[in-house]
Structures are given as structure tokens and as C-alpha cells.
Design a protein around this ligand. Structure first.
Ligand code: NAD
Length: 296
């Protein structure tokens, strides 16, 4: 049984804490929100009155906060995790953040003698609740080996993606590909409709032909062909377009930093910006079909 501190009890963090408790881990929870702290306590976690108290006497710290600046705020500075955790505490950041910040914080942790992995997830709130997340883990082999058993309590697939920052790299490359393939799929259906092609017939052809991809055959952006896809419930739930836009911002800034050419990633970012600016950032990202089809 490990003693864990879990920082960040939002949409993802709270259900992850519940799964750790189900797996009989000792969890001390901390969030800036008193309401979320209460929910974690009700689930069986111990609560701490400050970040430094939460991380002072544990084997591992897991963080799940919104973005790079929040990760810096919790790890760095005189009251941060690196200053306040006990020696040999393993640090695991599961937030989705930019690669540069992940590497900067891990390097600072290493300098202070800590092992740290970046372990962003895919699978969304549903995966967090069901304990079926995929973790993409960047860090040393030794740190991965220590983190893996605890991540298994929250996920179904735990993949070592290389050194520090490579978890974030895998996450943003995958999501850039997903955004591009979703827009491509949505464009094909929008054009098909204009040409008088039935959605189901285009699906039957493309899902068994060279155009097939996950965005088409598992998460189809038009209602009908795949009953479980968000298109069948007015694009409610699923993976919010605003979060996809966040990830596209991370991949474009990484492309800028490294000189990688990602013209379709840039276009995908532009289209998701337009979609969220029109007030639809809360819809599932496949809802971009409505915009491409001229429905909004
Ligand atoms: P959220 O906003 O619901 O939760 C984040 C929590 O972090 C909040 O409760 C906030 O109070 C807390 N927090 C922020 N700064 C803090 C600090 N200094 N100390 C303590 N707590 C602090 O966000 P979320 O949806 O749970 O997402 C968390 C991360 O997971 C993000 O990086 C997101 O991109 C990523 N992610 C989210 C999803 C999803 O579907 N929601 C899917 C995959 C990955």
C-alpha cells in the first residue's frame, strides 16, 4: 500500500482518486477548491490544509491540474512540491502541458534528487471514472517501473514513451492527428451530402475502404452509422472541442519551437478556434461537422 498525495481534484482528478482508493491506496488529496476537497474526503481520502502539508510525508505525488503555469505553480518555488516533498518521493504529473515546461520541471526535480515522470492521459472523464485511461509516460526506465503499478489502478494501458517530456510529446502528436482526421472525415460527409450521397452509404464504403480511420469507424461525426458516437446525442459529452483546441495550441507551439512543419495542424487549430469562438467549445470535438456542413 503506497502513501500518495493527489493534487488537483477536477473533472479528471476526483475520479482518479476514487480509483486509487478502490485499489486500497492511502490518498491525501489537495485542491484550491474547498468543495472538491470535501468530495474527496467523502470518497475516503485524507485532506490537507496546504500543498506542502499534502506532499510532506508520502511515497508519491500525483498532480492533475489544468495547464503548464499551474504545474509550475505546484512544483516550483519555496512552497512547491520540489521544495516540500520528502527525499525519494516519486513525482508523477498527469496534466496535459507543453513539452518544454514538462522537461524544465523534471530537470529541476532531478537536480533536487527526485525522480519525475510526465504521464498525460487519453480517455477523458469516462476513462477516468472507469479506470481505463491510457497513460503516456515520459521519464527514466527506473521511474517508469515505479510509476507503472500505481498508474494501473487508474488506467488500462500504460506506455513508456521515452525520456522526460515524451509523454506530452506522444499526447500532442496523437491529438493533432485526431483533430486532422476528424476534420477530414467531417468534410467528406459534408461534401457527400451536397452530392446527394446518403451518410450511411458513404460510411459503408469508407469504413471498409482506404479512407477508414478511428474518427470514421468508431467516432463517426454524423448521426446514424455508429450509434455510440456523440453525433447521436447532439454532440453532448465526449471530448470537448475547447480541450482539443488547447491540445492543438500545444502541438503548434511545439512545432514552432522545433521547426517541424505542421500545416494541417495549423489549419485544424484555426478551425477549432472558429468553432469554439462561435460558442460551441463545450460540444464534443466531432461537432465540428455541424460547422463544416453549414449547420451553425
Ligand atoms: P479541471 O479544471 O476540472 O481540474 C483541475 C483542478 O486543478 C481544479 O479543481 C483546480 O482547482 C485544481 N488546481 C489548479 N491549480 C491548483 C493548485 N495550485 N493547487 C491545487 N489545485 C489546483 O481540469 P480537468 O478536466 O480535470 O483536466 C486536468 C488535466 O487533464 C488538464 O491538463 C487537461 O488538459 C487534461 N485532460 C483532460 C481531459 C478531460 O476530458 N477533461 C482529458 C484528457 C486530459
Amino acid at each position: 500500500m503506497a502513501r500518495l498525495a493527489f493534487i488537483g481534484l477536477g473533472n479528471m482528478g476526483l475520479p482518479m482518486v476514487r480509483n486509487l482508493l478502490t485499489a486500497d491506496q492511502l490518498v491525501t488529496a489537495y485542491d484550491l477548491s474547498a468543495e472538491l476537497m470535501k468530495k474527496a474526503e467523502q470518497a475516503g481520502a485524507a485532506s490537507a490544509s496546504s500543498l506542502s502539508e499534502a506532499v510532506a510525508n508520502v511515497d508519491m505525488v500525483i498532480s492533475m491540474v489544468p495547464a503548464g503555469p499551474h504545474v509550475k505553480a505546484v512544483y516550483q518555488g519555496p512552497e512547491g512540491i520540489i521544495a516540500k516533498a520528502a527525499a525519494n518521493t516519486l513525482l508523477i504529473d498527469c496534466s496535459t502541458i507543453d513539452v518544454a515546461t514538462a522537461r524544465e520541471v523534471a530537470a529541476e526535480a532531478a537536480e533536487a534528487g527526485f525522480e519525475m515522470v510526465d504521464a498525460p492521459v487519453s480517455g477523458g472523464v469516462g476513462g477516468a471514472e472507469a479506470g481505463t485511461l491510457t497513460f503516456m509516460v515520459g521519464g527514466s526506465k527506473a521511474a517508469f517501473a515505479k510509476a507503472e503499478p500505481i498508474l494501473q489502478a487508474m488506467g488500462a494501458k500504460i506506455i513508456h514513451t521515452g525520456g522526460s517530456g515524451n509523454g506530452q510529446a506522444a499526447k500532442i502528436c496523437n491529438n493533432m492527428l485526431l483533430a486532422i482526421s476528424m476534420i477530414g472525415t467531417a468534410e467528406a460527409f459534408a461534401l457527400g451530402r451536397k452530392l446527394g450521397l446518403d451518410d450511411q452509404i458513404l460510411f459503408d464504403v469508407s469504413s471498409t475502404s482506404s479512407g477508414r480511420c478511428w474518427s470514421l469507424d468508431t467516432y463517426c461525426p454524423v448521426p446514424g452509422p455508429v450509434p455510440s458516437s456523440p453525433a447521436n446525442r447532439n454532440y453532448e459529452g465526449g471530448f470537448a472541442a475547447a480541450l482539443m483546441l488547447k491540445d492543438l495550441g500545444l502541438s503548434q507551439s511545439a512545432a514552432g519551437d522545433t521547426g517541424a512543419k505542421t500545416p494541417l495542424g495549423a489549419k485544424a487549430q484555426e478551425l477549432y478556434q472558429e468553432f469554439t469562438d462561435s460558442g460551441h467549445g463545450g460540444l464534443d470535438f466531432s461537432g465540428i461537422f455541424k460547422m463544416l456542413d453549414g449547420d451553425i
